[in-house]
Design a protein around this ligand. Structure first.
Ligand code: ZN
Ligand code: ZN
Length: 179
C-alpha cells in the first residue's frame, strides 16, 4: 500500500512541507537544550509554543528522505543556541512557525508537532532526557521514560539510518536568527 502524503503548512500559509507516511518515532524531549531553546525563542514569539505545558518539547521524527519541501527552503531560518552548536532549530521567516530540529549530519529531522492541526498531532510515545528535568518539577507517568526506553529509541534511530543506506541529505537554510 502506498504511504499517504501529509501537507503541513506554516501559520500564514506561505510555506509548506510534505511528509510521507507516519513518523518512525514520536517523543517528548526534556533536555536542557530543548528547554533553553523553547524559552529563548518564546520572545519572537513563535506561531505556536514550542514546549508543552510540562516543559518538554514534543517531536515527530521522520527520515529525511520522507520529508519534502515543495516550496523550497528559502523562507526558513535557523536558530542555534551558540555559534558552533551541532544542532539547529528551524523556523519560517514569514511567521516564525517552528518547523524542525536537526542534528548536523543526522539522517532524520524532528518536526515540531504543532505543525499538525490539533487532533491530528502525532502523540508522543516516549519521553527522552528526563534526567534534565529541573529539581522541584515532576512529570506525570503517562509516558515511558528512562534508560531502557531511551536505548530502544536509539536502536530505532540506528535502524532507520541503516535503512537509509547511511545517507544524510542536506537541507539548505541560509538565514539565521538570534533570540
Ligand atoms: Zn508563514
Ligand atoms: Zn532535547
Amino acid at each position: 500500500m502506498p504511504k499517504s502524503i501529509t501537507t503541513l503548512r506554516c501559520a500564514c500559509g506561505q510555506f509548506s512541507l510534505e511528509v510521507i507516511g507516519d513518523p518512525f518515532s514520536a517523543s517528548e524531549c526534556h533536555c536542557k537544550s530543548c528547554r533553553s531553546a523553547a524559552q529563548r525563542l518564546s520572545t519572537l514569539p513563535p506561531a505556536f509554543p514550542i514546549a508543552a505545558d510540562n516543559g518538554g518539547v514534543p517531536y515527530a521524527l521522520y527520515r529525511k528522505d520522507r520529508v519534502r519541501f515543495p516550496d523550497g527552503t528559502t523562507t526558513l531560518t535557523e536558530f542555534r543556541l551558540h555559534d558552533d552548536a551541532p544542532t539547529r532549530r528551524v523556523l519560517t521567516t514569514c511567521c516564525y512557525t517552528p518547523v524542525f530540529l536537526e542534528f548536523e549530519s543526522g539522517h532524520w529531522v524532528s518536526l515540531f508537532t504543532g505543525l499538525w492541526p490539533e487532533g491530528q498531532r502525532p502523540a508522543p510515545r516516549i519521553r527522552t532526557q528526563t534526567g534534565d528535568v529541573p529539581d522541584g518539577e515532576t512529570l506525570d507517568d503517562s509516558l515511558p521514560a528512562g534508560t531502557l526506553t531511551t536505548a530502544g529509541f536509539y536502536a530505532k534511530l540506528l535502524g532507520e539510518r541503516i535503512a537509509m543506506g547511511f545517507k544524510s541529505p542536506k537541507i539548505t537554510v541560509k538565514e539565521k536568527i538570534d533570540a
